[in-house]
Ligand binder design. Structure first.
Ligand SMILES: [Mg+2]
Length: 366
């Protein structure tokens, strides 16, 4: 240990094909079959989740239901039952809190746990991750995968490696070697576009990224360059944050028919802004940054953001900013299938950063 890695024990738990697995659990006739959770194949909605059987046909979440139907017409299409998923989610969170208070849920089916100092008194994070997976199976009849590592970045990647129903442990001594062989597209915060740019720079793996000086990465990638520099060395000091407050509130609408008329799109923004204002006011919050999301008929999606000097939560101001952002897009020339407005940079957020315990631990008890 050279001190490059914060001495923490982080577990990332991720339920396997969560919504689809719940449906297969509750409907034995769906087991072993391709199951697609989302709208009907005729709807314009997108897939929320696909069972592993459905994935072999190339069906993934976020693709249109109609595309899923083309890929596998015999798949079972079911509507999501969010109340059931939420109940399961609460059950697994109760299990997490049994072991540590440092739980950061990322969604209904995923969470980071900091178990450096945990309630079970067992120093092994690996043992704990397996114990949690066993308890989840026992209580919910569902499987989960786990990643165990010295930071969030590595734990999240690890949980995906032996999925489904698997565990992957990256002890601190193996972290650097692991990152060196890691394909750049798997790095947190590196999307498709950045991956392409990195490939053009002959950066294919972590080891290639590590050859770049920090100043060069910042010159090439802006602020993100500093993050890439650190992450190539396994440095991720982001704490596991319990009681995460909403960072943004948004409303979006998929139209029944694509819209190419600018006046009509502006009218839709008025309606979305009214609903958004209602939600902001209900939560007694206001925000400074307005983000417009726009999806064209070919499914390409863009966002445009603007930060204002004043906090706002009234429909008129929200719509005003959103419309100026809309004029900054190709709306009116291209058909639009979805519009959304999100407000972030919220006021009245209570910061709840729990200080992390940094305890030394040996490799043998990782
Ligand atoms: Mg999952």
């Amino acid at each position: 240990m050279d001190g490059a890695f914060p001495q923490r024990k982080i577990i990332h738990i991720d339920m396997d094909a969560f919504y689809a697995s719940v449906e297969q659990r509750d409907h034995p006739e769906f087991r072993g079959k391709p199951v697609v959770v989302g709208g009907s194949p005729q709807s314009r909605g997108v897939v929320c989740a696909a069972s592993y059987e459905a994935r072999t046909f190339g069906i993934r979440s976020a693709i249109p239901c109609a595309t899923a139907y083309r890929l596998c017409p015999e798949a079972v299409f079911v509507r999501p039952r969010f109340d059931v998923y939420k109940a399961v989610s609460q059950e697994i969170r109760r299990i997490f809190f049994h072991h540590t208070d440092l739980v950061e849920p990322l969604s209904l089916d995923e969470a980071f746990l900091d178990v450096t100092d945990n309630k079970s008194g067992n120093p092994s994070a690996t043992w704990l991750a397996n114990e949690i997976r066993a308890q989840i199976l026992k209580r919910t009849d569902l499987t989960a995968s786990a990643g165990v590592a010295p930071n969030k970045f590595l734990a999240k990647i690890a949980s995906d490696i032996n999925k489904p129903n698997g565990i992957c442990v990256i002890p601190p001594t193996q972290a650097e070697a692991f990152i060196e062989q890691l394909p750049i597209g798997k790095f947190f915060g590196i999307g498709k576009a950045t991956e392409k740019r990195m490939h053009a720079l002959e950066i294919f793996k972590g080891a290639d990224l590590k050859r770049f000086e920090e100043v060069d990465l910042i010159r090439l990638f802006g602020k993100a360059g500093a993050w890439y520099y650190r992450i190539a060395r396994g440095i991720d000091t982001r704490p596991v944050k319990p009681h995460r407050e909403a960072k943004s509130i948004g409303v979006e609408e998929t139209f029944r028919h694509d819209i190419d008329n600018l006046a009509q799109l502006e009218h839709e923004l008025d309606l979305i802004a009214q609903e958004l204002a209602r939600r902001l006011q209900k939560r007694k919050t206001r925000g400074k940054t307005i983000t417009l999301k726009l999806r064209y008929d070919d499914f390409s999606t863009i966002t445009r953001s603007g930060t204002q000097a004043q906090f706002m939560n009234d429909a008129e101001s929200l719509a005003h900013v959103a419309k100026s952002l809309l004029r900054n897009s190709e709306a009116g020339q291209r058909k639009v299938r979805l519009l959304g407005i999100t407000v972030s940079n919220l006021a009245n957020r209570t910061m709840n950063e729990t200080s992390q315990l940094l305890l030394p631990f040996g490799e043998d008890t990782y």
